[in-house]
Design a protein around this ligand. Structure first.
Ligand SMILES: [Zn+2]
Length: 199
């Protein structure tokens, strides 16, 4: 028995006793018996899942913007990555936030690899968040490290703390946006980026 348990645990992230105990306490509080067979390994699984959900704490999302390309053939029109799916957790209930983000910037001399914008998004999403701050952090990071003429970030997401509990309104989505630089100052640039994003 002890051997089988050790084999199952091999190579997995160790879970401190107090963390497993906290999950057991929560299961009990929810109304179930943490010692029944189906729930016996749950505290460790939950503990490891939370390290994954919050893996963003271990990274600085700006690192993804460190490698840029300067030879863009004179391209100085906007770059847009649309409908990037992401998952986060709200800091008020630790409940899932599930949504999509559209991220655009107006390059000034340099661009980044296409997947990097999604990596910046995930670096901030994989933390305990509020949607407003997530939107602002992604925009500010791109603004600070890529130094483009403008950045636009629009996020649409549904919050499980609202759809699965509380007022229980499935299907409701919240939209947040942060516009910086030319997208904030120049109405024509703003109109162009928002219409390309589908707004
Ligand atoms: Zn919440």
């Amino acid at each position: 028995m002890a051997l089988a348990l050790e084999a199952r645990e091999a190579g997995k992230l160790p879970v401190p006793d107090n963390v497993a105990e906290a999950v057991r306490t929560l299961i009990e509080w929810a109304g179930d018996d943490p010692s029944r067979e189906g729930l016996r390994d749950t505290p460790k699984r939950v503990a490891r899942a939370w390290r994954e959900y919050c893996a963003g704490y271990d990274e600085d999302p700006a690192v993804h913007l460190a490698r840029t390309f300067e030879e863009v053939g004179g391209y100085d029109e906007l770059v847009l990555l649309k409908d990037i799916p992401f998952q986060s957790h709200c800091e008020h209930h630790m409940a899932p936030i599930i949504g999509t983000a559209s991220i655009a910037y107006m390059p000034k001399e340099r661009v980044v690899g296409i997947s990097k914008l999604a990596r910046v998004l995930n670096g901030y999403a994989r933390r305990l968040q509020v949607q407003e701050r997530l939107t602002a952090e992604v925009a500010q990071c791109i603004h600070d490290y890529l130094k483009p003429s403008g950045v636009a970030v629009v996020i649409e997401a549904s919050h499980s703390c609202m759809t699965a509990r509380g007022v229980r309104t499935p299907g409701v989505k919240m939209t947040t946006s942060r516009l910086l630089g030319c997208f904030l100052d120049d109405p024509r640039s703003r109109e162009e980026v928002l219409s390309l994003m589908g707004y």
